[in-house]
Design a protein around this ligand. Structure first.
Ligand SMILES: Nc1ncnc2c1ncn2[C@@H]1O[C@H](COP(=O)(O)OP(=O)(O)OP(=O)(O)O)[C@@H](O)[C@H]1O
Length: 593
């Protein structure tokens, strides 16, 4: 059933990508495939006619030969470009579908699971091979047409000769087993391939160049890449060699059998049991039968490759369908009246068993600014990700005004969020776009972009750009301007402020690259504006910071430790409690004194 679905997917993707091109190409390749055996037949007729002095047979023979030449010429001139275009269209279609499928998955789990990542990588890497799928399909048509013609001609000389192509079928078997082995070698070396790609990226990325040089890691990295590559190639070359040996032996056996058949036909012709034309036909069909079985074998190999690629592609589509959170259809609330509650929340990252969050019970009241504090690895970012619903909790629930977040449409929920992260993305776009994409619908609204820039305290960054908001950022462009870490971060923060009244604003150390004073000033300014907006919408701000001068401004401070909520309260409450918060606060305060 699955195979049927995959074949159907292959067929429909090929024809959907270029319906007219594929149809014309199919007719042309099939016509082209029968010209060689047909011309051989024409030649045997010509010799037959000359031997028996029959003008009609001679004329028919010449007609078939010339007709074959004409068909071959037209098919070659028109067919190849059409086939190439069909292939490109198909590869383009698969790329587009692939992006559509992967970006359509609402959660992040597929980035965490190595098995999914491997398949994604294989599909992406083999997308061109799926483009070849269009061509392979055409070859298959051609092979069928060619095989039927060759078998018909051989059978017409003597049905016993049909044993030859049957023997040739062992080549199909050898192609199949060697392609399976080669494919396994590819799949087995996929994790190494991903690692090599990653290491190469690290080796050539300008951002990593500084540390690589300081720590003298260049050679270490090269050695690592080289050893991984060597191992990867060794596996693949071994598989290819094995396939070569099997195929070589099978071909040799087939060649010997064919030589025997030619001797047999010649002997029969000398006894008057076959004509001279028959001998010519069998002689000239020899390389064609070899080509035919080779063609079928190649087809089997490529069909196997294409089917495997399509089966991964199909798997990914099914995965995307199963992980589309299709039951999450409720609209997001327009405002929050009571708050966001985490009830008995526990969480482990996909593919791992260790609990990163356990027994989290927490209420983030409507309209409040909540700070999350705790040591590295305490689980703050993970909590932020659950609130943005990048993952669902492993146990427990996140409730928005009592409604389970898992029932709310992820797109609807995210359209009500905004966020700024420490690991923000340096989108290499114009400054206007870098900020504006924080609210795509208002991206070209100059006033909105400028207001967000002012909220993110990034006006000085834009003022320093040669073409203001229209300056291209990033080193990849000749006229691109590179910014400092702090400048990029201010723009990322301005992006987070593009949505003016989000129901949930997640700020996960988005100001880590700013100095503490700048951070403090920014939040003071932000908090005043946020309070006014929050009074209207009940919006909640969640802030992660290691700086207590900022944290103390929050209405509620959540102290996390080893994935659990250890304490909750205002700055004053927590200081009075003399617990971990007071200890960390005093430590930092002393350092600044
Ligand atoms: N993608 C992931 N897969 C598996 N484990 C992860 C992943 N991301 C984080 N973890 C683990 O989850 C734990 C909590 O990480 P998290 O990033 O939530 O901590 P944090 O409190 O934000 O730390 P920091 O202050 O360093 O940013 C850590 O032990 C980390 O190793």
């Amino acid at each position: 059933m699955r195979n049927l679905r995959i074949s159907w997917l292959w067929l429909t993707t090929s024809f959907r990508a270029a319906p007219l091109l594929m149809t014309i190409s199919a007719v042309l390749v099939a016509a082209r495939a029968i010209t060689a055996p047909a011309q051989t037949y024409g030649l045997s007729l010509l010799i037959e006619g000359l031997a028996s002095d029959k003008s009609s047979t001679i004329a028919l023979g010449i007609g078939i030969i010339v007709g074959g030449l004409a068909v071959a010429f037209v098919a070659d001139v028109i067919g190849w470009p059409l086939q190439d275009t069909a292939q490109e269209r198909m590869a383009g279609r698969v790329h587009a579908d692939l992006l559509d499928v992967t970006t359509g998955i609402p959660g992040l789990t597929h980035h965490e699971r190595p098995d999914v990542a491997d398949r994604l990588e294989l599909v992406r890497e083999r997308a061109w091979r799926m483009g070849v799928g269009a061509e392979v399909l055409l070859w298959a048509f051609a092979t069928v047409a060619n095989t039927v013609t060759v078998l018909g001609l051989l059978g017409s000389v003597n049905p016993l000769l049909l044993l030859l192509p049957l023997l040739g079928a062992t080549r199909i078997w050898s192609a199949y087993v060697s392609s399976t082995r080669q494919h396994k070698a590819w799949e087995d070396s996929m994790p190494q391939e991903r690692l090599v790609d990653r290491l190469i990226e690290v080796a050539k990325d300008a951002r990593t160049g500084l540390e690589l040089r300081v720590f003298g890691l260049g050679q270490v990295l090269l050695d690592r890449i080289f050893s991984l590559q060597t191992d990867r190639y060794r596996r693949r070359v071994e598989a290819a060699r094995w396939g070569g040996k099997v195929d070589g032996s099978v071909r040799l056996a087939f060649g010997l059998a064919y030589a025997g058949a030619i001797v047999w036909v010649i002997a029969r012709a000398r006894n008057g049991q076959q004509t001279a034309g028959d001998v010519v036909l069998v002689l000239l069909l020899a390389p064609q039968v070899d080509q035919m079985t080779g063609g079928i074998a190649r087809n089997v190999y490529w069909i196997g490759e294409v089917v495997r690629s399509f089966s991964r592609y199909d798997w990914l589509r099914e995965y995307a369908k199963d992980n589309a959170w299709q039951t999450s259809v409720e609209p997001a609330p327009a405002r929050i009246t009571s708050g966001i509650e985490l009830r008995n929340v526990g969480f482990s990252y996909p593919g791992t068993d260790s609990a990163v969050l356990s027994d989290v019970n927490l209420v983030l009241p409507a309209g409040s600014a909540v700070a999350l504090v705790g040591e590295n690895g305490a689980g703050k970012t993970t909590l932020v990700k659950l609130l943005a619903r990048m993952y669902d909790p492993t146990t427990g629930r996140v409730l928005v005004d009592g409604v389970d977040l898992a029932t709310i449409s992820p797109d609807a929920w995210r359209s009500q969020l905004s966020a700024g992260f420490q690991d923000f993305v340096k989108f290499e776009l114009t400054a206007r776009e870098v900020v504006g994409i924080g609210d795509v619908e208002r991206e070209s609204d100059e006033a909105a972009v400028r207001a967000a820039i002012s909220r993110g305290d990034a006006a000085s960054v834009v003022a320093g750009l040669p073409r203001g908001l229209d300056t291209q950022l990033g080193k990849k462009f000749t006229d691109g301007v590179e910014l400092s870490g702090g400048q990029w971060q201010r723009l990322a923060l301005a992006r987070a402020f593009m949505r003016e009244r989000p129901l949930l604003l997640l700020l996960d150390e988005p100001t880590a690259a700013l100095d503490p004073e700048a951070e403090h000033r920014l939040y003071e300014q932000y908090a005043a504006a946020a309070r006014i907006a929050a009074a209207e919408t009940g919006g909640v701000t969640v802030l992660v910071s290691h700086r207590f001068s900022t944290v103390r401004m929050a209405d509620l401070i959540v102290v996390m430790h080893n994935g659990r909520v250890e304490d909750v309260g205002t700055h004053e409450d927590l200081l009075a409690a003399h617990g971990r918060y007071a200890e960390l606060f005093n430590l930092q305060a002393r350092a600044y004194r």
